[in-house]
Design a protein around this ligand. Structure first.
Ligand SMILES: Nc1ncnc2c1ncn2[C@@H]1O[C@H](COP(=O)(O)OP(=O)(O)OP(=O)(O)O)[C@@H](O)[C@H]1O
Length: 560
């Protein structure tokens, strides 16, 4: 349970309250059954003395009513605790993902991340309800039951202790061991199924048209068979353990009848205690029996905690400085003798790159595919830190600036334009939440998206679909540029191939809009179509045609 205890930090009052209520609920059940047994046999043995039984009648009623009230109160407290726990874990995990993105998340499978963030975190919400509460309540109930039984029959106490250990510790431990391998297979198959489903849904058109359908079907059939096999093996173990536990409870009942019965026939024990003890013992197994499922849950919870911790422990590629410097007023961006290689890669992507982007400058970055143009923009945004040389803003090293401050200086339109499943307006307002509709409409018209507005049912309220599926690639790219243009406070625009999906007329139009709408702001634009640029642009070639020479930067040459 070591890895799971920290989840409960700061919740001591609720944990203690819920444990007390849970224990009292089970003891009320034990009291109800034991009291009823004593009452019935008392009434049968001495029907004439009903008055003597009055306290017992009251106690039985009290146990009956209080059991429901206690259970209700216990559920309120424990569920409140559970939801607090879930809220905290989810917030922590999402905050961590935001800190380490994008570098630490690249290369991780989306489906696996989704399973961790959703299913594993959901699983962890059961830490208290499914593991801690039943275990601790069972221990407390067992102690109280053993103490009460000791008064009636010390011999029965020892036997009951042995049965409790068997039913609550040995049996679950054996069951857990027997089901462990199946549990591991089940977890792995579930994670793989989640990832494969997401990938298959995403790539469905490619699978259908590229003939990959049968292979994908076989993969899914294999995974489902593995999952089903593992689930069946676990279910068999659970069924066997449940049957054995019931048998132990029945054995406890028989032992109580036998041992206390001897006392009753010998005259040392009052008759009504026979039924009271036997039924009380049976009721106490309710709590001890729950230990089996608690143990079974413990495996899944530990696995989930491990996988969630895997996210919590992700190392960010860049850190916020301990004492950040103030943002400089000057927005000159400079790469000086820059070297960079991606983590876990030997080859340098950028080697001795020098480039200055003064305020208001327009620089177009060109060069062969894969030479590192997008990477350079990522370094300006400090997604990674350079391996050598430095990147400065207004003369201040980026590593000395608060990350949020630094990124507030850039308006970025990435190469893969990210469009969220929502309305056109919602997507545009990511750039500026307060921007008026009239301004949005004017910008869309400027960018040649008037036809999209007219076509999309609902106009600005029109739904763009998942990842902008209802838009063309060129429309998505222009939407992304519009978003960047709607961040007027950012003095530097980073535009990564915004014209890649546009025809020449629309591409020229987009570049003209960028120029007209960003007076005084600098722009670093990655493009493979420098011939479309106006005269205000300085073209910089990153690398030569040979990959070996790709670090050579030629500044300001009129190559086209
Ligand atoms: N996250 C990453 N991890 C490892 N290598 C990467 C990563 N991203 C890019 N690369 C590699 O770094 C090199 C530069 O990639 P980059 O995307 O910067 O090139 P580019 O010049 O923008 O290319 P293009 O013109 O095709 O968009 C490529 O060889 C690419 O394979």
């Amino acid at each position: 349970m070591n890895g799971l205890w920290p989840l409960l930090r700061g919740q001591r009052a609720r944990v203690v309250g819920s444990l007390l209520l849970g224990t009292l609920t089970v003891l009320a059940s034990v009291g109800l059954l034991a009291g009823s047994g004593a009452l019935i046999s008392g009434a049968a043995l001495r029907p004439e003395s009903l008055l003597v039984l009055l306290p017992l009648i009251t106690a039985v009623r009290l146990f009956g009513i209080s059991r429901a009230a206690l259970r209700y109160a216990e559920r309120l407290v424990s569920h409140d605790l559970t939801f607090r726990l879930l809220g905290r874990v989810r917030a922590e995990v999402l905050a961590r993902l935001a800190q380490v993105a994008p570098a630490a998340l690249l290369g991780r499978r989306g489906g696996d991340l989704l399973t961790r963030v959703r299913s594993d975190v959901d699983e962890l919400q059961g830490t208290y309800l499914r593991l801690f509460a039943p275990t601790l309540v069972a221990a407390l109930v067992a102690l109280v039951t053993l103490a009460l039984v000791w008064v009636v029959s010390p011999r029965l106490t020892f036997l009951l202790l042995a049965l409790f250990v068997l039913a609550g510790v040995l049996l679950p431990a054996l069951a857990l061991r027997a089901a462990a391998a199946a549990g591991r297979v089940q977890n792995a198959a579930r994670a793989e199924l989640g990832a494969a489903t997401l990938e298959a849904l995403h790539g469905l058109p490619d699978l259908l048209t590229g003939g990959g359908g049968p292979a994908a079907e076989r993969h899914f059939a294999g995974l489902l068979a593995t999952l089903e096999g593992a689930e069946t093996r676990r279910a068999r173990v659970t069924a066997g353990a449940n049957a054995a536990r019931e048998a132990l409870g029945g054995f406890g009942l028989l032992a109580a009848l036998l041992l206390v019965g001897q006392g009753v026939t010998g005259g040392q024990t009052p008759g009504p205690l026979l039924a009271a003890t036997a039924l009380g013992v049976l009721a106490s197994f309710e709590a001890v029996g729950n230990l089996g499922s608690a143990w079974a849950a413990s495996g899944a919870l530990h696995a989930a905690a491990g996988r969630v911790d895997g996210l919590r422990l992700l190392q960010a590629a860049v850190q916020d400085p301990a004492s950040p410097r103030d943002l400089p007023a000057d927005a000159t961006l400079r790469f000086a003798h820059l070297h960079f290689r991606y983590p876990h890669h030997d080859a340098e992507v950028l080697r001795d790159v020098n480039l200055t982007l003064p305020p208001g400058a327009r620089v177009a970055l060109v060069g062969p595919s894969g030479v590192g143009k997008s990477t350079l923009l990522g370094l300006a945004l400090r997604f990674w830190d350079p391996a050598g040389g430095d990147v400065t803003l207004g003369g201040v090293d980026l590593r000395d600036l608060h990350l949020a401050d630094l990124r507030s200086r850039f308006a970025w339109a990435p190469q893969q334009a990210e469009v969220f499943d929502g309305t056109l307006r919602g997507n545009l307002r990511l750039g500026d939440a307060g921007v008026a509709d009239a301004e949005l409409l004017a910008l869309l018209a400027d960018l040649g998206l008037g036809a999209l507005l007219a076509r999309l049912p609902g106009g600005l309220d029109g739904w763009v679909g998942e990842y902008g599926a209802r838009l063309s690639a060129g429309e998505r790219a222009r939407l992304s540029v519009a978003r960047a243009l709607l961040r007027p406070a950012a003095p530097i625009l980073l535009l990564d191939e915004p014209t890649a999906h546009l025809d020449a007329a629309n591409a020229r139009r987009l570049l003209r809009v960028v120029e007209e709408r960003t007076p005084g702001r600098a722009a670093l634009l990655v493009t493979h179509q420098p011939e479309l640029l106006g005269p205000g642009w300085r073209v910089v070639r990153l690398g030569g045609l040979e990959v070996e020479n790709r670090s050579r930067v030629v500044l300001g040459e009129a190559e086209w």
